[in-house]
Write a protein that binds this ligand. Structure first.
Ligand code: M7G
Length: 330
């Protein structure tokens, strides 16, 4: 693990959050209703009934499962987390070892780590919609070519009816959820944004750093809606986002991949900040567009994203793909 300098930060941060979370437990029990604090809670997963494994990866050590939680559809994501350098001493001294085989100078073991070093990052989406279940299912994809006219006649009508709810985004903007996770906030109504950890990141190490900047302005669905008038907003997110990450995580701009997705899953403008070198899901060229390029494109042509043909992958059972097929655009 490379960024050992950042570990004291990580440990301090998570310990503090954990303590705060424990204090928050009673608030929550009193019906505070705030979502997103890390609290000790009952094991709701003991009632989970698996319907189907949507996808899994031995390499990434994760599994996406569809099932029922109290009769509601749910998606559960289980993911083994990286081994941290700052926990090695505890891992070596506090574990038990079971020998699997020994041959000459080679031996393999099963190490049973203390429970606190053996956590599985768990994400629960409940109630999950059909669209969530499809999102996490491994599927074949097709590259779609979308002209400016296609966007108006095919994509826009579809996303206006079919896209994921952005209630979670509004909860963040209104500080009803994840307020204690905000890393940076610019409250300006036009160029302002909130920067906070993406829920894919457990914040325990900077190697897989992942934050999102969410614009305060509502109604900008994706970069198809951007024109030159949004340049100050984009430049502000780029500049202040990088500064905030340097200050908090000691990670310079030269170590960051800052980009937008097209198509996004959630149509409220947001920017992804990930650590360069970390292969975040969706960071491939067919989906991720560097914010630096987006800014330059708008500087050279105010109508760039209204008129350009854009390419993006769609999964085989994505309703939008059917629309492109119906329109004989595929
Ligand atoms: P996207 O490009 O719209 O979709 O990015 P993607 O999920 O297909 O990449 C939305 C980003 O927001 C993703 O990186 C998600 O992991 C993240 N995200 C989604 N939800 C529902 C939440 C949430 O409730 N809290 C936080 N902090 N991040 C979320």
């Amino acid at each position: 693990m490379a960024d050992s300098a950042a570990k004291p930060w990580a440990k301090h941060e998570t310990d503090e959050l954990y303590q705060k979370a424990k204090r928050a437990k009673s608030d929550n029990e009193n019906g505070g209703g705030e979502v997103g604090k890390e609290i000790e809670c009952e094991n709701i997963l003991s009632e989970f009934k698996t319907t189907k494994v949507l996808s899994d990866s031995a390499r990434e050590k994760n599994i996406f499962i569809h099932g029922k939680l109290a009769d509601q559809d749910a998606v559960i994501i289980l993911e083994k987390t990286p081994i941290r350098e700052d926990t090695l001493a505890e891992l070596f001294t506090g574990s038990t070892l079971k020998l699997e085989m020994k041959n000459d100078i080679y031996s393999t073991y099963r190490l049973q780590a203390p429970p606190q070093l053996n956590e599985i990052k768990t994400t629960v989406v409940c109630p999950a919609t059909e669209k969530h279940i499809k999102k996490y299912q491994r599927q074949e994809s097709f590259l779609v070519e979308e002209t400016g006219a296609d966007y108006q006649s095919i994509t826009l009508p579809y996303i206006q009816k079919q896209s994921f709810s952005v209630q979670w985004v509004y909860n963040i903007l209104e500080k009803k959820a994840e307020a204690d996770r905000i890393v940076f906030e610019d409250p300006d109504p036009t160029v302002g944004f909130l920067l906070l950890p993406d829920f894919k990141w457990d914040q325990k190490q900077v190697d897989d750093l992942y934050l999102i900047a969410i614009t305060l302005q509502r109604g900008i669905r994706s970069f198809r809606d951007l024109t030159q008038e949004h340049l100050p907003l984009l430049q502000n997110i780029f500049q202040k986002g990088k500064e905030a990450i340097l200050q908090r995580y000691q990670l310079p701009a030269s170590k960051l991949r800052v980009y937008l997705h097209y198509q996004p899953s959630y149509y409220h403008l947001h920017v992804h900040f990930t650590k360069l070198g970390y292969e975040a899901p969706g960071c491939g060229v067919e989906r991720a567009h560097l914010l630096a390029d987006v800014i330059q494109n708008l500087q050279s042509d105010p109508e760039y994203y209204k008129t350009r043909t854009l390419y993006f992958p769609l999964r085989v059972d994505d309703g939008l793909l059917s629309k492109y097929k119906e329109a004989e655009r595929l």
